[in-house]
Design a protein around this ligand. Structure first.
Ligand code: PLI
Length: 490
């Protein structure tokens, strides 16, 4: 297969702009070992021990490989409790690349979400956004608010080929504002890229238009810039007028339309831990520093070591290099194209940080209350030791007001690619396993809960297969009708 990022088949291939200097051995397991491991883990891939995983595509969060330059920076950690030099360097780098004036460091992305939510949301508020993200919505709800989805309809359709499925529907946004009133909208929560939609980007035109709509009505806009660099890559290759603009300039232009951002540094910033809240408003930043010292750590480290901040600053500089991004997203495309060629249903267009297999179409014999995406992730692990993650009805959780399951329209298994970690051969092994499973898909059993935690249940829930003890049955499984009660779709 020619690795050409979905363009013409005749172009010459590219290769990663780095070479491997150090390796981490991984264990090969047998199928009986994996059958036992997944049963012990309650058929939840989050509960597997990493030592039992062959190719770990659970997440791209904190799983990045750092460069020699970043590791060298780790030795320059200034571990002073207050006023670390590495914080100054990080803050300058964030201002240079993202454009915001004030940086509040946090232990990871959800720390920034917590601070922003506490400072801006009052009980009864509504927060419109381009699709929910699990931790973001949790913090919005804990602060007394409620998330309202205003993403375009195409985002909920895995087959739609819209190039910017992360876009905000301006009519939906205006009607939320009209319904609840400006006073009850603390901010627009804008994600770039949109994780739960399949790593789908938002266009510059849409960022500009949605921000203008909000700013005209004095509503601030905060960007979840966790994967904004990857979003900038899509703007460069898909949006007219940006072909010749650097990733750096696109990123800064995206941020310039917003009032601040929350970032999990564990993704684009090419590190293993850390995050930040960045703001333009000096007064809000000051209040955020006050919260930071309570929940995260002093406002010049926020839960990160000095060495972590140095690595993050260097990672940000590396993250905007076009050739790196081309290889990173090209690897995702390489995996996705193999699956598409074999007829495996995945979310299209292929997104930025992973392949999202459409479990509804993959397992039509299972109803959503049998957790098809959870079941498929468990079956994939048993087949080959590849670990993916459910992004469907289990992740969507329950409505805090009614206690009913939120029936997500998307029912996906995410195969997320850590940055600079795996090779083309790992992608081949993954694709072969998914394709083999697709051929015996009617042998995959549904699941039922055996333990359901109160919050963010997908992390720690446990399940049991329906009609047997193993996730893969010896014979085809017959379909059963749905009984799950649900509220509004998410
Ligand atoms: O995992 P944190 O706390 O560093 O970041 C939370 C977070 C915020 N926004 C977005 C878009 C995320 O994707 C995100 C975390 N994502 C994880 C853990 C993931 O596996 O996708």
């Amino acid at each position: 297969m020619n690795r050409n990022n979905g363009k013409t088949r005749n172009r010459r291939s590219w290769a990663e702009p780095y070479k491997i200097k150090m390796v981490e051995p991984i264990k090969m397991t047998t199928r009986p070992q994996r059958e036992k491991a997944i049963a012990d883990a309650g058929f939840n891939t989050f509960l597997l021990s990493s030592k039992d995983v062959y190719i770990d595509l659970l997440t791209d969060s904190g799983t990045n490989a750092m460069s020699d330059n970043q590791w060298a920076g780790m030795l320059l950690g200034d571990e002073a409790y207050a006023g670390s030099r590495n914080f100054d360097r990080l803050q300058k780098t964030i201002t240079e690349y993202y454009g915001y004036e004030h940086t509040i460091p946090t232990h990871q992305g959800r720390g920034a979400e917590h601070i922003l939510s506490m400072l801006t949301i009052r009980k009864g508020d509504s927060i419109p956004g381009n699709m929910y993200f699990t931790t973001t919505r949790m913090h919005q709800e804990l602060a007394g608010g409620q998330f309202v989805d205003v993403i375009i309809d195409e985002a909920h359709d895995p087959t739609s080929l819209h190039p910017f499925k992360g876009n905000i529907d301006l009519d939906k946004l205006q009607s939320v504002i009209d319904d609840v009133g400006v006073a009850h909208i603390p901010y627009l929560c804008m994600h770039a890229t949109v994780n739960m939609a399949g790593g789908q980007p938002i266009s510059m035109a849409n960022i500009r238009a949605a921000s203008k709509l909000c700013h005209n009505q004095d509503i601030p806009v905060f960007l979840d810039a966790t994967r904004a660099v990857e979003n900038a890559y899509f703007i460069k290759i898909r949006e007219e007028g940006f072909e010749n603009t650097s990733i750096e300039d696109i990123l800064k232009a995206m941020c310039s339309h917003t009032d601040g951002c929350t970032v999990s540094g564990k993704k684009d910033c090419l590190v293993n831990i850390g995050g930040f809240l960045a703001l333009n408003d000096a007064e809000l930043a000051d209040r955020a520093r006050n919260e930071c010292v309570i929940y995260e750590g002093l406002h010049t480290y926020g839960g990160m070591a000095g060495r972590d901040m140095e690595a993050m600053a260097r990672g940000i500089e590396e993250s905007v290099e076009f050739n790196y991004l081309h290889a990173r997203i090209g690897q995702v495309v390489y995996l996705g194209e193999q699956l598409l060629e074999a007829g495996v249903p995945i979310v299209e267009p292929i997104g930025g940080h992973g392949i999202f297999v459409d479990a509804r179409r993959f397992l039509p014999h299972l109803t959503q209350d049998q957790f098809p995406a959870q079941a498929l992730a468990a079956a994939l692990y048993v087949d080959s030791g590849v670990r993916g993650m459910e992004r469907g009805v289990v992740s969507a959780g329950r409505d805090p007001n009614t206690g009913q399951n939120r029936k997500s329209r998307l029912e996906l298994v995410r195969l997320t690619l850590p940055r600079r970690v795996y090779t083309q051969a790992h992608m081949d092994v993954t694709a072969e396993s998914v394709i083999d499973l697709f051929e015996k898909r009617d042998h995959i059993r549904g699941l039922t809960f055996s333990y359901e935690p109160d919050h963010l249940r997908f992390f720690r829930a446990r399940f049991h297969p329906i009609g047997g003890d193993s996730i893969l049955a010896d014979a085809p499984v017959t379909s059963v009708s749905s009984t799950m009660s649900d509220t509004a779709s998410v």
